[in-house]
Design a protein around this ligand. Structure first.
Ligand SMILES: NC(=O)N[C@H](N)C(=O)O
Length: 492
């Protein structure tokens, strides 16, 4: 009996050892196979595991709640208006400041009313990545113009804070909420970004608004005493800046047409703003014969129609001289736009021939030479009209910015980030992110004097902007935030 027992004991021992070896082998094999498989899939698999949680609470839900909250911070009842240094602008700044701190940033207001939020990252002496947009609005504005760029940057940084990556940023990142981009109060746009870029002349401090308050006074009223010296000190050292990035709603219909939530901006049209004052002879509407009138209103009407004619048909006058070649004329014709958006008369009564009419002129084109040629022609013909009508015309330049070409490398990085964001959202490789030109002006124009600039556009409904009807889809707000997260990840 003992022998079979010993035999079976031996067999059991053998079997047990064999099973142990097999188990260890299988374990090693599984470990090897899984390790091998993950390294093959790499980041794509990380993306798919994240797909269920792409920080939608922060990048979409909270961002939208903040955009709506900010959209209620207005100087007017019943519509949105926030102009440079107004009470609502200050309230908006304080609100954004809380959100900057919530994202882990150190904050301060500078002497031009810009709000800064900065995170030093792992190397505080490395060049800083600046991200920004503006907190001011036009009159009767939508809630996305400007605000979307600030909120999406803060949401993206908050995501990095929440997943522990903020501290791993290789360079300082600074978000700037610029105090003035629209130029509604003082007509001179980019007061905030131009100061930081070092291109705001000290004379800008003496520009007055309609009630005679100067830029300097408006800052002083809000305890931001600015002097010529402190203005000059606002300029950033270009060596300390890595680049400037801005997210903005497209304000045009192209992305909607092509069915894409995000686009990369290739360049921004140059722009000129003028104030035209036409002075005539004020009189009685019932007694002054038509032949004796020096009516600035009729003159202004003729000047406005002249502007429209020049801008609709630039070929008609540009082809007469040597200022532009065929391709310049072609590119000018496709991008030239001119607008008279504001007009006022004095004394403004139905039974009085006005004594004075003041109106604004806004001219934009991708081609600076062509825009200058339009200006030249306009002023020539304008003075002939004013002479013929015996009225005086004074033209004051309020703003002039040359067209800007965005940095190609930075644009490629933004394009990559946009593609990564859209892939993370949809799980699919998307078509190429569209490349667009911007007819609207942006702080990036001023910032291009300081560093390379890049911009991402976000689709808006019907291309509508500068209107309360401005609308961006919830998921497009999310896509913009995710694109900035993906862009920041390249700085980890
Ligand atoms: N993005 C904008 O709407 N910017 C301007 N202020 C503009 O006039 O284009």
């Amino acid at each position: 009996m003992a022998v079979p027992f010993a035999k079976s004991h031996f067999l059991w021992s053998f079997l047990s050892i064999f099973l142990h070896i097999l188990a260890v082998f299988l374990l090693l094999l599984t470990t090897y196979v899984s390790a091998h498989t993950f390294s093959d899939i790499g980041s794509e698999d990380v993306d798919s595991s994240r797909r269920n949680d792409l920080y939608s609470e922060i990048l979409r839900d909270e961002a939208l709640a903040r955009l709506n909250e900010l959209g209620k911070v207005s100087d007017a009842d019943g519509y949105l208006e926030r102009t440079f240094m107004s009470a609502a602008s200050l309230r908006a700044g304080n609100l954004i400041r809380c959100w900057m701190e919530d994202a882990g940033l150190t904050t301060w207001f500078d002497h031009m009313g810009n709000l800064h939020g900065r995170f030093e990252g792992m190397n505080r002496s490395a060049e800083t990545l600046l991200i920004g947009s503006h907190l001011d609005t036009v009159v009767d504005a939508g809630i996305f113009d400007g605000s979307l760029g600030i909120i999406s940057a803060l949401s993206a940084l908050k995501v990095l804070k929440s997943n522990g990556m903020l501290a791993k940023l290789k360079r300082p990142v600074e978000v700037i909420a610029f105090s003035d981009e629209e130029g509604v109060r003082f007509q001179s746009t980019f007061l905030g970004s131009a100061a930081i870029a070092g291109i705001l002349p000290v004379s800008a401090l003496q520009i007055s608004d309609k009630s005679g308050v100067t830029v300097q006074d408006s800052l002083k009223e809000n305890s931001l005493g600015i002097t010529e010296e402190s203005l000059l000190q606002l300029k950033y050292d270009s060596k300390s800046v890595w680049g400037y990035v801005e997210v903005h709603i497209e304000q045009g219909p192209l992305l909607e047409w092509v069915g894409f939530p995000l686009g990369v901006v290739k360049g921004i049209a140059g722009q000129t703003r003028l104030k035209v004052v036409v002075k005539g002879s004020q009189g009685h509407a019932g007694t002054v014969p038509m032949s004796l009138r020096q009516d600035p209103m009729a003159a202004a009407a003729e000047l406005i129609v002249l502007l429209e004619r020049l801008c609709k048909n630039p070929k008609d006058f540009l082809s007469y001289d040597d200022q532009c070649n065929d391709s310049t004329i072609e590119s000018l014709s496709s991008s030239l736009v001119c607008t008279v958006g504001e007009i006022s008369t004095w004394p403004s009564a139905s039974n009085v021939i006005p004594g004075q009419v003041t109106f604004t002129v806004d001219i934009r084109a991708m081609d600076d030479m062509g825009r200058e040629a339009v200006l030249y022609e306009l002023s020539n013909q304008m003075y002939q009209i004013c002479d013929r009508r015996s009225v005086s015309c004074i033209v004051e330049s309020k703003h002039d910015a040359k067209a800007v070409v965005c940095d190609s490398e930075l644009s490629s990085q933004l394009k990559f980030a946009a593609n990564v964001a859209l892939k993370r959202m949809t799980g699919e490789i998307q078509d190429e992110v569209p490349i667009l030109m911007s007819g609207a002006g942006h702080d990036a124009m001023a910032m291009s004097h300081l560093s390379k600039v890049g911009m991402l556009f976000v689709r808006c409904r019907g291309g509508i902007s500068h209107s309360p009807a401005e609308h961006v889809l919830d998921d497009d707000v999310w896509a913009a935030g995710l694109a900035i997260v993906a862009f920041l990840e390249t700085h980890l």
